[in-house]
Design a protein around this ligand. Structure first.
Ligand SMILES: [Mn+2]
Length: 306
């Protein structure tokens, strides 16, 4: 496709590591006049010419969509580039000959953020040894010491996602855009500050944690937070159990799902919530309850279909 017609135009991206990485890689080639980070997934207010890592809220959007959330309407008016891989990887594959080589590693933030690290392209692994350097963190609690030992690739999306969770996607975008190496992202003071804020909020949510499990099938964690941490909590809780996890945030009506029933819930509750994501592995779905529906109504319907 002729991407040059999108030079200097407006780009809109999803507010998470995959969306931010998609925007940064597109930006290296297209030099956009503006980059938008809409509050509501798929909202195209501001008339973006390209949407990345986001499915337009309706079929009437006219522009280029580079996305992996699936289930696109038959009557869509937009041009679509899609596949079963992170959106940032779709962007990378589309533009890799045009993206300066010293920025190629930035796709890893999106791929890891989307929980699909093994999709990292071979040429990036070959040329970026720094991704495999480890950072160590030591915690002392009640006199005993714990060491956490993690490669940089594993941590690369964390600070970017935390800035988005704090409502600062522009910060995340600018840090990744101006970074020369993965370590520049890891050591950015503003991103570290966001991570500390998110950690505090996560602890507060855990102290308040009253889960309930419906028919041994879906464990629901109903939170009330000003942070966008549904996905983070769903991933953490899913690591502890094999029921399907559903985290609902009462404050913003967003939800996140992990487990075998991801797509089942998407289909059965399609009239009450916009849900998308990717199958494969554990399943990784998220979305929003529709504005006119209460979360209690959503949960009642869920109980009735399980
Ligand atoms: Mn995303």
């Amino acid at each position: 496709m002729d991407i040059s017609k999108y030079m200097g135009k407006v780009i809109s991206v999803h507010k998470d590591a995959d969306g931010i990485a998609s925007g940064v890689l597109l930006g290296e080639v297209l030099k956009p006049s503006r980059v938008l980070f809409p509050e509501v997934f798929g909202d195209y207010t501001g008339n973006p010419d390209i949407m990345a890592d986001m499915k337009p809220i309706d079929s009437q959007y006219k522009g280029l969509v580079i996305d992996h959330h699936g289930n696109y309407p038959e009557d869509k008016q937009y041009e679509l580039i899609t596949g079963s891989k992170p959106a940032s990887l779709l962007v990378y594959e589309l533009l890799k000959d045009k993206i300066p080589v010293n920025h190629h590693w930035k796709v890893v933030a999106g791929i890891v953020g989307d929980a699909q690290p093994s999709m990292t392209p071979i040429e990036i692994i070959e040329k970026n040894d720094e991704l495999f350097y480890t950072t160590d963190k030591i915690y002392v609690s009640y006199g005993s010491m714990k060491i956490y030992h993690n490669p940089i690739w594993f941590l690369l999306s964390g600070g970017i996602n935390d800035a988005c969770r704090c409502g600062k996607p522009e910060l995340a975008y600018n840090v990744l855009k101006s970074a020369n190496t993965p370590m520049d992202v890891m050591s950015d003071i503003a991103l570290i500050g966001c991570s500390e804020d998110v950690d505090k909020e996560e602890k507060a949510m855990k102290e308040d944690f009253i889960p309930f499990t419906i028919k041994n099938k879906v464990t629901v964690w109903h939170i009330n937070s000003g942070y966008g941490i549904e996905s983070l909590l769903a991933t953490k809780l899913f690591a502890e159990t094999h029921t399907t996890i559903l985290v609902i945030n009462e404050r913003n009506k967003k939800l996140s799902i992990r487990g075998i029933l991801c797509d089942y819930i998407r289909v059965k509750l399609a009239d009450m919530a916009e849900i998308g994501g990717h199958l494969g592995g554990d399943g990784y779905f998220g979305g929003s309850i529709k504005p006119n529906i209460k979360s209690s109504e959503f949960l009642d319907k869920l109980k009735s279909v399980l």
